[in-house]
Design a protein. Structure first.
Length: 308
């Protein structure tokens, strides 16, 4: 069977979101070893945003309107700062695999926060069952998994886990905000504006939180710089652009399938590179959460296949 260019683009976009985003958890952990999390995120987003916006200018893309800047600034701050920076901060206290597994609850937040779809969601027994099962998995994971960073305490671990949960809600809010509002700008212009907004906000929070006190770029390791470069180019420019592209051309239920692959990638990389233990609690919680996600999306997968 021949696959046309558009189909290949979609396939490669899914591959990027599946694999690259799964690997960013370990890259974040490497980066925050010598760069504070808010500053790391600011550098990541600003670098990616500037490069992408310069590319848009070189391609003579349509310049954004005031409306486009406003919508993208709100969406970028909610999605990237709220959703991604929360993970960077949390990984000071919890393992990369724990953070990745908690993020798998994002489809549940889409169900709860997408008011326009409530009449469909809450009249479907499989979706309600999936929500209950999925949140049970999150509770098991947060309550019983004891694998954390070396300098973490139970209190810090709980704070880190809750930060990732809050980040998932923020990510969902930003995604829905952008989905239901047209900016009139091309995809890469939207992406660059969201990255720049998140970068500026991250830099502001970095200053206000006192991260710069006692920090010096001279102490940043080569591995941290490489992690930052990977996060900016592959995690922000490539994977995030692919995510926004997929939201426009494929049903959100299918796009959200990245949550099945990301935690597995993070789990494997964490075990290989930083010797994070793969505990029975993580495996059990991941299985339960993904089972809930499958139930939540089951009817939407069927609908998407019929309309594809």
């Amino acid at each position: 069977m021949k696959i046309n260019r558009t189909q290949w683009t979609v396939i490669l976009a899914f591959a990027a979101v599946y694999i690259i985003w799964g690997s960013t958890y370990i890259a974040l952990l490497i980066g925050i070893q010598s760069i504070p999390p808010f500053l790391l995120s600011a550098l990541r987003f600003l670098f990616a945003g500037i490069i992408l916006f310069a590319w848009c200018l070189a391609k003579r893309e349509k310049l954004p309107s005031a409306k486009s800047i406003r919508i993208n600034s709100i969406a970028g701050t909610l999605t990237l700062f709220g959703g991604t920076v929360s993970v960077a901060w949390a990984e000071q206290y919890i393992s990369t695999s724990l953070a990745a597994i908690i993020v798998t609850a994002v489809p549940f937040w889409f169900i709860i926060l997408d008011k326009k779809q409530w009449s469909f969601y809450f009249n479907n027994k499989s979706i309600i069952a999936g929500l209950i099962i999925g949140f049970a998995g999150v509770i098991i994971l947060v309550g019983f998994d004891k694998t954390n960073s070396v300098n973490s305490t139970p209190h810090n671990q709980l704070a880190g886990a809750l930060a990732v949960v809050a980040g998932g809600i923020s990510w969902t809010s930003g995604s829905l905000f952008a989905k239901y509002r047209s900016t009139g700008s091309p995809l890469f212009v939207n992406t660059s504006l969201q990255l720049l907004a998140a970068g500026v906000f991250s830099l502001l929070v970095s200053f206000l939180s006192g991260e710069w006190k006692g920090f010096s770029f001279s102490v940043v390791t080569t591995n941290a710089w490489l992690a930052l470069f990977y996060l900016a180019t592959m995690g922000s420019i490539v994977a995030f652009s692919c995510y926004l592209f997929l939201l426009k051309v494929r049903p959100p239920a299918l796009v959200s399938t990245y949550v099945y692959v990301n935690p597995i990638v993070a789990l494997l990389l964490g075990a290989i590179f930083v010797n994070e233990p793969v505990t029975w609690v993580k495996i059990l919680a991941l299985t339960i959460i993904l089972g809930g996600v499958l139930l939540v999306n089951l009817s939407k997968y069927r609908t998407a296949k019929k309309t594809a």
